[in-house]
Design a protein around this ligand. Structure first.
Ligand SMILES: Nc1ncnc2c1ncn2[C@@H]1O[C@H](COP(=O)(O)OP(=O)(O)OP(=O)(O)O)[C@@H](O)[C@H]1O
Length: 251
């Protein structure tokens, strides 16, 4: 489990995160949702230590990440896998080299073991026999799969996904969402997904934290979100015509 306790962060005197506490559960796909510019990415960066909070702390399975020594921080960092928005693959490396990269820099695993691990991950994300392909030769959905494989290759306990559906068509988005969901359950890891995609919310929102202008206004799941009793969240949910039609049908 990852716990954020009373996180606040300002940039240039402007309060971006205002006293946010939240729990993200093991074996679950936890979502951080909200409109553009509301602080989702800054919150994610605070969780993974790319940004230091002004106040508050982040705990990884009870270990204080924010106020720990270098060794503990490095230990926790090794357990974190990240799927970046654009995939962030190295263009000059092939699929296999991209996935192996964390093992090259974080472990002293022998090559044959690394190879086995890469092949296992490739199989898990449905990309068998794509080892030698270059990023320029694969589709956007495949790039996300490679990104997921790279994020889990080092036996990560924590998986962070920043807008995993950006640039994907709705059908591929659902496939990627479900892949993240299945891997989370199967590997029993703590996954946090930042998104403003309502399809993802409905598809994989087991635990949802809603941010609005730097504050946490609601938390729940995809079953009780329609009964949220939060005006700002309702405006977010029903921003598009399709969701308004769903609301109408529900009476
Ligand atoms: N390093 C920084 N320095 C100054 N301001 C920043 C910095 N990083 C983010 N901000 C500001 O913090 C606010 C929240 O940004 P953030 O990227 O977290 O929003 P978001 O909810 O992730 O939006 P989106 O969905 O568009 O990615 C914005 O006003 C942004 O300009």
């Amino acid at each position: 489990m990852i716990e954020a306790n009373r996180i606040s962060k300002s940039f240039e005197g402007k309060l971006i995160l205002d006293d946010i506490s939240a729990k993200f559960h093991k074996g679950k796909t936890n979502l951080i949702i909200g409109s553009s510019g509301t602080g989702k990415s800054v919150f994610l960066k605070n969780l993974v230590g790319l940004v230091q909070p002004d106040e508050g702390e982040v705990l990884y399975d009870g270990r204080n990440f924010t106020h720990s020594d270098k060794t503990t921080k490095a230990d926790i960092r090794r357990e974190i896998g990240m799927l970046f928005q654009g995939g962030a693959l190295f263009d000059s490396k092939n699929v296999e080299q991209n996935i192996m990269f964390p093992l090259d820099v974080l472990t002293d695993m022998p090559l044959d073991e690394k190879q086995d691990r890469v092949n296992y991950c490739l199989e898990r994300v449905g990309l068998v026999d794509s080892n030698k392909k270059m990023p320029s030769e694969i589709s956007g959905g495949m790039k996300k799969r490679v990104g997921i494989a790279r994020a889990i290759v080092n036996n990560s306990k924590y998986l962070f996904c920043d807008e995993p559906n950006s640039g994907l068509d709705p059908q591929t988005s659902i496939v990627i969402d479900n892949l993240i969901y299945d891997i989370t359950e199967e590997l029993d890891i703590t996954t946090i997904v930042v998104t403003h995609d309502m399809n993802s919310v409905m598809e994989i929102g087991e635990n949802i934290v809603f941010l609005y202008k730097g504050k946490k206004l609601w938390e729940g799941n995809n079953e009780n979100i329609f009964d949220c009793d939060c005006k700002e969240l309702e405006d977010f949910i029903f921003a598009n015509k399709l969701m308004r039609a769903v609301k109408k049908n529900r009476g």
